[in-house]
Write a protein that binds this ligand. Sequence first.
Ligand code: SF4
Length: 452
Amino acid sequence: MSLLDSGSLSVHRLLRRPTRIELFRVLDAGVHAGVVRETIRARDVGVYVHVPYCRSTCMFCPYFRKVLRDWGELNMYLNALLKEAEFYGKLLEDLNLEVVEVHVGGGTPSLVPPHFYKRFVEKLSEFFNVRCGVGVEANPEDFKNLKVVEDFYASGVDEVSVGVQSFDEKVLKSVGRRHKPEDCVAAVENSVRAGFKWVNVDLMFLTPTIKDYVELGLEEKVGAFRRDLGKSIELGAHQVTYYATIIPKNSPGHRLAELGKLIQEVDAVDRFVEEALEFAEGSKLYLTRVYSISRKPYEYATVNLEMVGPLIGLGAGAWSNTGYYQYINVHDVANYIKLLYNGMTPAIYARRLGEGSMVWRLLFDQLSTGVVREAVFESMGLRTPFRVRALLKLMELSGLVEKVAGGYKLTKRGVLEVYKSVINYVADVPVKTTGTLSKQADVSELPLKIAI
Ligand code: SF4
């Protein structure tokens, strides 16, 4: 079942319907490489790097990660990343591709020695025309130290997303984060002072109340979220991204939910998103995504290209999408290192994506930005099919979009609906896939097909 229940109108059900995907085991590395080459049809590509290491495990973490205990293993992992970059570099070198974004997510990319990122871009530049700097997600515990932040900046990192989550001590406690509000303030201030071209602040809302541990009422949570938005901009952040807290089955904190110790007001998601929209309007900020507001129409976006591609994902747990072929790397660090050191591909599951899938992905990607234009479909050589036009018409009749020159724009109600459909998609697909694949450490025993 989806995290957020469906509404009564059919368009609401369509937007929030659970997504089901089937993935097939990658059995032949040569065939995989051939399909990657054949299905990249755009010249501009994004690169995503997954760093799965963290200092500790947060209570409701839905991502693929592990606690960093062995720096020797981290070094081998970083070398394996360079090997994987080289593999795809050699494979695609003669296509003259331009790398237009490099984002590093995790895990905790700020745990990696900063000079690695310089080396990584040098490696990419052997094969691609790299037209961008590197964006990394940073933990406030690392970025509270100005010298560390300056070292990242000096290593070619020019965008940062600080994992603040909240400046409120009780909210941080309720999501099991170890850092303190003062670490958050220092990390954002240091990032702005160091000169990064773009500083994003990640915030979490819909945080749970945990009985006998940290008890916050809905109004207190909304108030803390309002203050968090204001504080982020006051400190100089260029962008704020706000996520509803998901409590997945594979997170350490899910046991509390099973014991009935958690209260999460899932029906109140609109309250928080409305708060963000009002704040954006009052502060003259742009709505760059339904979950993101910015000072300029520009966004720090870790894996947006995953939706339409081409995005080359590197690292254990990384997802890639050439546009017409999606593949997922092994979700196990030891296996990832072993496969690359033995000259084998870490891609373990894949699926072909047809033109129909591309049309829907392009539609939902555009909906998440708030505006849908037919010209975008045409620029990719795609016709807008009848069912997409029908959905947009239905959305217009339901008051979720309004016509603008060349397309449709989300109304406030539309933003709320699309926000919930994005959260449901994240809970339905990436989070469930991570849960399923993280359990399968033995590569030789992976099933030939999995359905998520
Ligand atoms: S939430 Fe972030 S910092 Fe916490 S365990 Fe997960 S990846 Fe690591």
